[in-house]
Each structure stands twice: as C-alpha cells, then as structure tokens.
Design a protein around this ligand. Structure first.
Ligand code: 13P
Length: 248
C-alpha cells in the first residue's frame, strides 16, 4: 500500500513570521490526519518552520537543492545546509524553475542524484505545457522528462513524483480526476517498463495543479493518484487542512 502524501509548495510566499502563524493555525487542524503531511517552504523560513512544527506530524521540505556539495555557486543552497536544519523533503524540477530559471532535465538529474546521496527525499516535478498538450505531446514530454531526469537512478524508495500539468498550475483549471489518473497511469507504466514492476508498484505519484478542498476527494479516490502537491491552497491553513483531511 502506498501511503498518501500531501505536500504544500509555498513558492515565494510567507516571511518567517507569517510562516509560523500559518503553521500554528494548521497544526490543530491536521493533528488527526492519515496522509503524510509535508510543507515545502522558502529557504528563509526553514529554521522558523522547523521549530514551529516540532512535536507535530508535519514534515519539513525545501523548494530546491543545489547539485554541488559546496563552493562558488552564488545563490544556491546545498544538501548539507538543508540537512543541518532538519529538512526531509526537497522539490526538484518544478515547472516554474524550468520556465523561469533555466532548469533542464539534466540539472534535475544532477540535483536528484545529490539529494539522494544526502538522504533527502526528492519530490520530482514533471508535466506538460498547454501547447504541448494541445499538440498531443503529453506522453512524449513526460517520457523525456522522466527518462532523462531519472537517468542512472536505481533506488526509488525515497522518491516521489509530482505530475503537474503546467496549464493547471495557479490557473484554477484542474485536470479532471480521470484525466489526471490516466496520465499518472502512463507515468507508472513507463516506470514499470524502465525500472520494473516492484518500483512502479511502490512509487508514490502526486497530482498538482489547482488542487483544493473541493476537488481533493475526487482526485485522491483515483487508483494511480497517491497525493497532491499544493500551491495556492497551501497558503491558507483551512484550505490546506481541507485537502489533507480529504476523507472528511
Ligand atoms: P497551484 O496549487 O497554485 O495550482 O500550484 C500547484 C503547484 O505548482 C504546486 O507545486
């Protein structure tokens, strides 16, 4: 059985002070929840959030990780720095990183290798743009992102994949549950073909893109969907809790 995982991606939102306020509001709301709960927060919030979540079931995540150990990489944050704070998860290859900051399947692969080497659990994002979808290229795009992004990876135990169709991010447009399930099913079949049945069976794959309390239950009921990566709705405690508690 794959344990559902609901992760918030706060993106570039919340100062450390605001972050603590949100966590304090969130804690009692999700205290009895079944899924694994993660908050991936800006680097500057990590220490404060680490203290705020102490004793709760919320796990700490960052929004990226450098592919080098250390050195002359202005603006980057290393796995060692994250580990020292107590970070458990890292998002890698979010579409906004690919779109605005030149992230490629190769750099995703390098960051992924570095995360695994340092026992950080990667949430690797894949997904097609609207243009690619309209040209019927979804499978082709996903195949490339996965085969190149996961090149050389053998152990998927700590890996989570987030399928985030770019056209559904922050737009209010959600993929229908059937559609998301079908595409995630394709990802799973590709993983099965490439890395074997055992890996495909145990690998957790999230859906991301305008997920909210009103559509979480339907999405989470799908066979292939093991969780959600939540943007906008993760910034409001009641909304995020509404998704975490999708079972009611
Ligand atoms: P929204 O939930 O705001 O659409 O963002 C999804 C996302 O990009 C999570 O990584």
């Amino acid at each position: 059985m794959r344990k559902p995982i609901i992760a918030g991606n706060w993106k570039m939102n919340k100062t450390a002070k605001q972050a603590v306020e949100l966590i304090e509001e969130l804690k009692p709301l999700i205290a009895k929840s079944k899924p694994e709960v993660v908050v991936c927060v800006p680097y500057t919030d990590l220490w404060a959030v680490k203290d705020a979540i102490a004793g709760s079931k919320i796990k700490l995540g960052a929004e990226n990780v450098a592919w080098a150990d250390n050195g002359a990489f202005t603006g980057e944050i290393s796995a060692e720095m994250l580990k020292e704070i107590g970070v458990e998860y890292v998002i890698i290859g979010h579409s906004e990183r690919r779109q605005y900051f030149g992230e490629t399947d190769q750099s995703v692969n390098m960051r992924l290798v570095q995360a695994l080497k340092n026992d950080l659990k990667p949430i690797v994002c894949v997904g097609e743009t609207l243009q690619e979808r309209e040209k019927n290229k979804t499978k082709k795009v996903l195949k490339k992102q996965i085969l190149e992004g996961f090149k050389g990876i053998e152990d998927f135990t700590n890996i989570v994949i987030a399928y985030e169709p770019v056209w559904a991010i922050g737009t209010g447009k959600t993929a229908t549950a059937e559609d998301a399930n079908k595409t995630i099913g394709y990802i799973r079949s590709l993983v099965r073909k490439t890395w074997g049945a055992e890996v495909a069976k145990s690998l957790r794959i999230q859906y991301g893109g305008s997920m909210k309390p009103t559509n979480a239950k339907e999405l989470m009921a799908m066979r292939n969907i093991d969780g959600g990566l939540i943007g906008g709705a993760a910034l409001k405690a009641t909304d995020f809790a509404g998704i975490v508690n999708y079972k009611g």
